[in-house]
Design a binder for this molecule. Structure first.
Ligand code: SAM
Ligand code: SF4
Length: 452
């Protein structure tokens, strides 16, 4: 199983593994050993989609090599490229046995049984039945093997139709899972040793339950925080227009809700935001950030940026740099605009030249990287709570996460995996922090001011 793209694909891949375990499939890290290869794909940018076709070329050769020594190999393309390209995948790569979209993968076992007789299948429907009702729960061993921090999809799809984005077409209309089912899933995870959940959705803060009164992401976080043993709650990805007062208050009042927020803004130019159909202005975003920081002063902020959206002028780009300078982000993702077939942006005049996008992206990333490094350096000398997740790169070391989603390496024994302990940060490297365990400090006293 090879997953590309977002965290929801990681979650979907795990659920496909859960579906296939009773069928006798076990995951392997070596593709040459695999009787079944699933590429769980991403369609968000052109390069992500092209990677899939180049990988399929390699898997086809492997299938032929294995066939020569009498082993059968089935190839499945799942995820958003499957949804968007459908039959076209079979046309471009005949070795593929099954193409299955993100809303129908609960049918994987049945469809797999039907393949292998020379027939290739495509299932890219948005079925009426809810796939979540057909997904088996993972075993305790499977949960344990996946670690102490788990993903849980709570919302899928999107109705916002930003003009650059394929998500509303590949993942379909916005829908939320019922509260009770999410609570049951998280309870099972916690019972098997999970300490942190990241609630996932393409537009996660639009969460509203299944038409349930009073259901919202804030209410869901409050409910989940009552599960004994669950220490940390995160969520991603949010839209600025769905960041309501209750959710902001939850950041103030709910200790389990981690002080990290990924809130994509895409651009700092009102003209470009309007062309993107984002339905907010730069000043609205800044006002929102001010409100969030007033509620939770130490919150670490993250965002997504697109440079080179059609019609973006130097002045528009400068406005994005200006917004970044005003907010001061702890981390961020930034991309060159990639026209996606079928989205309004792809047909807009004034597409921006590649060399201009390359230059703007480099300039933007210098600024974002400076802010990220400054944020990490500001942690040095402080004591923060760390959730220990797995063995580190070196012997005798563990890797964990701060509340602000920074990776930290600490000398510690593996018995501490799953524990949350105060750590004094001693060094900030390029991509992670180093720290030492402290003793005798009450974890509650560990708040610190974000470097604004
Ligand atoms: N729902 C989230 C939001 O509203 O911001 C984002 C979801 S999208 C999976 C993740 C990020 O990919 C977006 O925030 C955007 O920055 C980037 N992205 C989406 N479409 C893109 C495109 N056509 N070209 C470049 N980047 C794109
Ligand atoms: Fe895509 Fe996010 Fe816009 Fe929805 S809100 S269309 S997922 S960028």
């Amino acid at each position: 199983m090879k997953s590309y793209g977002c965290q929801m694909n990681v979650y979907d891949a795990q659920r496909m593994a859960d579906l296939l375990a009773p069928e006798g499939y076990d995951e392997t890290q070596h593709m040459e050993d695999a009787d079944l290869v699933i590429l769980n794909t991403c369609h968000i940018r052109e390069r992500a989609a092209e990677k899939v076709f180049s990988e399929l070329g390699k898997v086809r050769l492997l299938k032929a090599e294995r066939a020569a020594i009498g082993h059968k190999t089935k190839i499945v393309v799942a995820g958003c490229v499957a949804q968007a390209e459908g039959e076209e995948i079979l046309r471009r790569q005949k070795a593929v046995d099954l193409v299955i979209g993100p809303q129908s993968y609960h049918r994987l076992p049945e469809l797999l049984r039907r393949t292998g007789t020379g027939e290739s299948l495509v299932d890219t429907e948005f079925p009426l039945e809810d796939k979540f009702d057909h997904l088996p729960a993972p075993s305790r061993q499977q949960i344990f093997a996946r670690g102490v921090s788990a993903f849980v999809t709570v919302q899928e799809g999107c109705d916002k139709f930003c003009t650059f984005c394929v998500v509303p077409y590949t993942r379909g209309a916005e829908s939320s899972r019922p509260v009770a089912k999410i609570v049951a899933e998280v309870e099972a995870l916690v019972a098997a040793g999970v300490r942190e959940v990241s609630l996932l959705g393409q537009n996660v803060n639009a969460y509203h339950g299944e038409g349930e009164d009073g259901a919202s992401l804030a209410a869901l976080a409050m409910r989940l925080a009552r599960i004994p043993g669950l220490a940390r709650i995160r969520y991603t990805t949010s839209h600025p227009n769905d960041m309501d007062g209750d959710l902001i208050k939850a950041h103030r009042d709910l200790p389990a809700l981690m002080p990290f927020l990924h809130l994509p803004v895409q651009s700092g130019s009102d003209r470009i935001l309007a062309a993107m159909n984002r339905k907010h202005k730069a000043k609205d975003y800044l006002a929102l950030i001010a409100k969030i920081r007033a509620a939770r002063p130490d919150i670490a902020l993250s965002s997504d940026f697109i440079v080179g959206f059609p019609g973006e002028t130097e002045a528009d780009f400068e406005a994005t740099l200006d917004l970044i300078a005003k907010v001061n982000f702890a981390s961020a993702f930034s991309f060159k605009y990639s026209p996606r077939p079928g989205t309004p942006g792809a047909d807009m005049p004034e597409q921006i030249e590649e060399r201009v996008m390359v230059r703007r992206l480099a300039e933007l990333q210098v600024l974002l990287e400076d802010q990220r490094q400054a944020f990490n350096r500001a942690t040095v000398g402080r004591t923060v709570d760390v959730l220990f997740e797995k063995p580190g790169r070196h012997k005798g070391q563990l890797t964990g996460k701060t509340p602000y989603l920074q990776a930290v390496h600490v000398e510690a024994g593996s018995d501490l995996i799953g524990k949350i302990l105060p750590v004094e940060i001693i060094e900030a490297g390029a991509n992670s922090l180093s720290g030492r365990l402290c003793e005798g400090i009450a974890p509650e006293s560990l708040q610190w001011e974000v470097p604004v």
